[in-house]
Design a protein around this ligand. Sequence first.
Ligand SMILES: Cc1cc2nc3c(=O)[nH]c(=O)nc-3n(C[C@H](O)[C@H](O)[C@H](O)COP(=O)(O)OP(=O)(O)OC[C@H]3O[C@@H](n4cnc5c(N)ncnc54)[C@H](O)[C@@H]3O)c2cc1C
Ligand code: FES
Length: 570
Amino acid sequence: MKNMSMKNLKNMNMRKMNAKIKLAIQKLRFHATTTKTWTWFVFAPRSTHWATLVHILRYLQGTIFQDLLLSSTSSFDLVAYVDSDWAGDVNDRKSTSGFFHVIPVSVACRLEKLQRDFLWGSDGGEARHYAINACLAPLYSVEGMHVITVEGVGNRKYGLDQVQESLAVSHGSQCGFCTPGFIMSMYALLRSSQTPPTEEQIEESLAGNLCRCTGYRPIVYAFQVFAKTNDMLYTDASLSSTPRGEFVCPSTGKPCSCGSETVCKDDTNEQKTACGERYEPISYSEIDGKTYTNKELIFPSKLLLRKLTYLSLNGSGGLKWYRPLRLQHVLDLKSRYLDAKLVIGNTEIGIEMRLKGIQYQVLVCVACVPELNKLSVKDDGWEIGAEVRLSALLKVFRKANKERADHETSSCKAFIEQIKWFAGTQIKNVASVGGNICTASPISDLNPLWMVVGAKFQIIDCQGNIKTVAAEYFFLGYRKVDLAGTEILLSIFLPWTRPFKFVKEFEQAHRRDDDIAIVNAGIRVCLEEKNEKWVVSGASIAYGGVAPLSLSTTKTKDYLNAKTWNNELL
Ligand SMILES: Cc1cc2nc3c(=O)[nH]c(=O)nc-3n(C[C@H](O)[C@H](O)[C@H](O)COP(=O)(O)OP(=O)(O)OC[C@H]3O[C@@H](n4cnc5c(N)ncnc54)[C@H](O)[C@@H]3O)c2cc1C
Ligand code: FES
C-alpha cells in the first residue's frame, strides 16, 4: 500500500480496474473486518467500488503510524460495549453499529459508523446526557462513558424512538448527514429535561444542527409536539391577558406587535397570524410528545461501578495523552512537559490538529480535575474554574439572573446573551471558558466582555504560586496570552455589577445562529447622578474582530469619563 501513491491511484486506467481491485484487496486482506464487504465487489467491480476502495486506502495511508502501546504490565481484561442496529448494513444486513472495547490501564477503542452526534455522561451513578460533536471528540476523551448513537436510540428492526417517529411522520427527515444530528440533539434534550422542554429550548438545542439543503420548518414542527405548551396562548383570552393588553404572539408566547394588526375574527372565518405568517395550531393525533416516556437506555452497569482513573496513554508518533484527576497532577505534568497542551473540549485543539496540521506531543486532558471545574458564588462575585463548560456557565448565569437583584446581574445578562449565540449546544456542552480565553482568538465572543466587566484571571504555576492578572492586560497579541510555559489558568473572578453600572454585549455576524462573528464588543458604563444629570463615572469598551487581539479602546474610555450621559454624547 505504501508503494501506491494517490496520484497513481487516481490516474489508473479503468480498464485494468478489475485486476487492480483484486490486488488492492489482497493487500488489505490483513484488515479482515474492513475488507469483509469489499471482497464481494471483486466479482463485479464498478467505478463506485473503486472510488470506495481508494477512499479506504487513503484513510489507511493516513493512519499507518498510528498505534497504541501496551506496556508489559498492562491488564488484558477486555470489556466490550455494544450499541447496535444489527441489520444496519444495506449490503449484508449485518451490524455496522457502534461498539467499543476497553482494556483497563490502556484503551483500545474502535467505533464503527459513529454518527456525527452522540451522547455521553456519568456523574456519581447518575447518568447525564449531552449532545456533542463526535468529529471533535477524541476517543480517549469518552473513556468511561456510555456512547449512544442514533442506531442505539431506535431502529427499523426493533422500532423507532418517538423522536425519530415524529420526524418521519412530519416529513422532517432529510439526508443521513443531518437527520441523525437532529435526532440526537432532540433526544439529548428530552433525556436531560425533568419536564417537557419549552419551544424556545427546543429551538436552542437545534441551533448547532445545520441542514445545508432545505428549510427547518418541518423539523421544528416535528419536535414541537414534545414542548410544554400553554393552551391559554391559543385562546382569545390571551390576547388581552397582559396587564397592558398587549398582543401575545402565539409563536413565541411573548407580548409583541408583530401580528396585532393582522389578528382578525369574523363570524365565519377565524384567522390568526403570528410574525407575519399564517398560524395554524399543530395537532398530531398519533404522537403526543408531552408524555414522552420511552425507557431510557440502560447505562452499562460496569461503567457505573467503574471509578475514574488517572490515564496515561500513548498514541501515534509518540503522542502522549494524560488524564490527571487532581490539580497537583496537572502541575506535575506541566513541570515535566513545558510544551504540554491542556485539552478540555478540544474544539480549538481538534481544529488545529485535524485541519491546520499542527502536532502536539503531549495532551493533558483536564476535563475531570475538580479544582478546575469549580463554580462558586461569593459575596462579591463569581469564582469560575477555568474548565467550566459554557453550557454549565449559561445555566448558572440564567439561574442567578432570576434569583438575584437586577443591578447585580448586568454582566451575567450580557454573558447569557453572548453565550446563547455562541456556537451550538453540542459545542457549548464541551467547550470550556478557559479554552476560549487561552486561545485568545481575535474574534472570541467572550474575551471583550471579560475585559470590560473587570474580570480577574487567577494563574497558577508548577510550584503552586498563584498570581492575578486583570483580563484587560491578559491578551498580548494574536493568540498570545500572558502565560509562561510553567503556568496555567486556574480560575476567573467575575464581580457582581453595582447599581447604575451597565454591561452590554454586541455581535455582528453573517447569520444569527452558529456563525462566527465579524465584529463583536463588550461595553460597560457606570453612571452617577450629579446636579440632576447622569454623568459617566467609568466606562470601558473592548472590540473583537478589528485587530489581531481583542482590543480595549482606551482613548474612547478616557474621553467618556465625566461626560454627561445624553443623546449628544451617544
Ligand atoms: C463549530 C465551532 C463553533 C465555534 N463557535 C464559536 C463562537 O461562536 N464564538 C467563539 O468565541 N468561539 C467559537 N468557537 C471556538 C471554541 O469553541 C472556543 O474557543 C472554546 O471555548 C474552546 O474551549 P475548549 O475547551 O474546546 O478548548 P480546547 O480546544 O480544549 O483548548 C483550547 C486552548 O486553550 C488552552 N487551555 C485551555 N484551558 C487552559 C488553562 N486552564 N490554562 C492554560 N491553557 C488552557 C489549551 O491548551 C488550548 O491551547 C467555535 C468552535 C467550533 C469548533
Ligand atoms: S438534507 Fe441533510 S444536510 Fe441538507
